[in-house]
Design a protein around this ligand. Structure first.
Ligand SMILES: [Zn+2]
Length: 459
């Protein structure tokens, strides 16, 4: 990886250098100098070119690695921007070392289920992005005829639900809708992302109604069996159509053997999980603490430890946040009513320290974490030729962070629109110091510098 050849510096140079002892290159950590010109990494060298006059940033022992990519974010703009918006969400992302995200189709009004609505969302996002942002389209029961056009307009793929999405404008689909959608997606070589819960009445269904503030009652209301059945259904549809299926936010460890077997069979299937299922446990959630409500629910510690194993052996491909905030009244913070509260967790900003803190205890290396939060996501969204690696010719989307420093999550640090966050009070290891998007320093030691550097990503 190290090269010593001379770099030809253009007359009017935007060249700068990041020097450090822990730069994560494709072959592992190296000591050296990353050279960046404009939006691109132009080289990695062991010595500065003799005629070099540009800026040098000394990262010293801090980790310099590819910016994180979060392909599961709900931003709510336009139409519900009092919940979350592009400005606040992408600031939180930059402060957390996330340099690109892909946004979900259901929480804005209108929902992203046709080209016209997608164009409205693009307009809403323009000039408000502090990190790069792409978009998923949506499959709903009545938009089959819109899907080709929507896919051609630049969405990365399509998202669907097998249970109520929480948004009435985005109804859930059945196997027959998804079979048709998969065949359309196959022609476009884009994936179908599925929220895997198939709801059916069960013997604990009444518990939440009786005790709406009880976390255990909420947990029992969305059992693992719902998720397992939905995962099995999607594996069957994947096998039948041979079209790419992605299982979002896997929380049930009982679904893991199914996914493992499907991958061994060679099916085009991928799966993700999220920090809330890895770093939080049902046993620690107090009654009435609706900031922990998400769907599927945060399960027991014993279950969640198996998700870590699945990340290690490749059954789960990557970690994304499923950032889905809501205002305090919608989150039922005063009533503590789990039955009524919005099911979504805000945590975009803390992805890296959350995962690092918990993964370190479980023997993961930083190299592994970078793959799970950047490279594998870049591969999944079809951007592995330009993102997910610090390598010559790649985009200069970079995070520099200190693995020896810790901090406590406090409300005044949070850049999300609302400060409700289940991670508040946690002491986390790993402090993001700097974040570059396309070679521009967006976040520097607590301050935002060059804003609006994010690009709209189209596929
Ligand atoms: Zn989601």
């Amino acid at each position: 990886m190290l090269t010593t050849q001379q770099v030809i510096i253009p007359m009017k140079s935007t060249l700068f250098a990041i020097k450090g002892n822990n730069i994560l290159c494709p072959d592992g950590f190296n000591k050296g100098i990353l050279l960046i010109d404009g939006a691109k990494i132009v080289d990695f060298v062991d010595q500065l070119p003799v005629n070099y006059e540009g800026k040098i940033i000394d990262a010293a022992e801090r980790i310099v690695m590819p910016g994180l990519i979060d392909c599961h974010v709900h931003i709510n703009e336009p139409g519900r921007s009092h919940w979350e918006g592009f400005d606040t969400a992408t600031k939180a992302a930059a402060a957390g070392g996330i340099t690109s995200m892909v946004e979900m189709p259901l929480n804005a009004t209108p929902v992203t289920t046709n080209r016209k609505n997608f164009e409205i969302k693009l307009k809403a996002a323009a000039n408000k992005l502090h990190v790069n942002c792409g978009f998923w389209g949506g499959v709903v029961p009545d938009n089959e005829h819109e899907l080709n056009d929507l896919l051609e307009s630049g969405v990365f793929g399509l998202k669907a639900f097998l249970t109520h999405s929480g948004i009435d404008d985005f109804p859930n689909t059945t196997a027959s809708h998804l079979r048709k959608a998969l065949l359309i997606l196959k022609k476009h070589n884009k994936p179908l992302l599925v929220h895997c819960e198939l709801d059916e009445p069960h013997h604990d269904s009444h518990l939440l109604e009786k005790s709406p503030n009880s976390y255990q009652a909420y947990l029992k209301s969305r059992p693992k069996s719902w998720e397992n059945k939905a995962v099995q259904l999607m594996i069957d549809l994947c096998r039948e159509t041979q079209s790419a299926v992605h299982l979002v936010h896997i929380s049930s460890a009982e679904a893991l053997p199914l996914i493992r077997a499907a991958k061994l069979e060679g099916l085009p299937i991928t799966a993700e999980t999220c920090p809330q299922y890895l770093c939080l446990f049902a046993e620690m959630i107090p009654d009435g603490a609706t900031q922990y409500k998400c769907a599927p629910p945060i399960r027991e510690k014993q279950n969640n430890e198996l998700l870590w194993e699945a990340l290690k052996d490749g059954t789960l491909d990557f970690i994304v946040t499923d950032h889905s905030p809501a205002p305090p009244d919608i989150k039922e913070t005063s009533s503590g009513n789990f039955a009524k509260a919005w099911g979504g967790i805000a945590g975009l900003q803390f992805l890296l320290p959350l995962i690092f803190t918990a993964a370190k205890e479980r023997g993961f290396t930083v190299e592994q974490l970078a793959k799970l939060t950047s490279l594998h996501v870049a591969q999944f969204i079809g951007m592995a030729e330009t993102k997910g690696k610090l390598q010559k010719g790649y985009d200069a989307d970079i995070v520099c962070w200190d693995q020896t420093k810790s901090f406590t999550v406090k409300q005044d640090l949070i850049h999300h629109r609302h400060k409700i966050c289940p991670y508040e009070g946690m002491n986390l290891l790993g402090v993001v110091e700097q974040c570059w998007v396309a070679g521009e320093l967006v976040f520097d030691k607590g301050n935002f510098l060059h804003l609006e550097q994010g690009k709209i990503l189209l596929k």
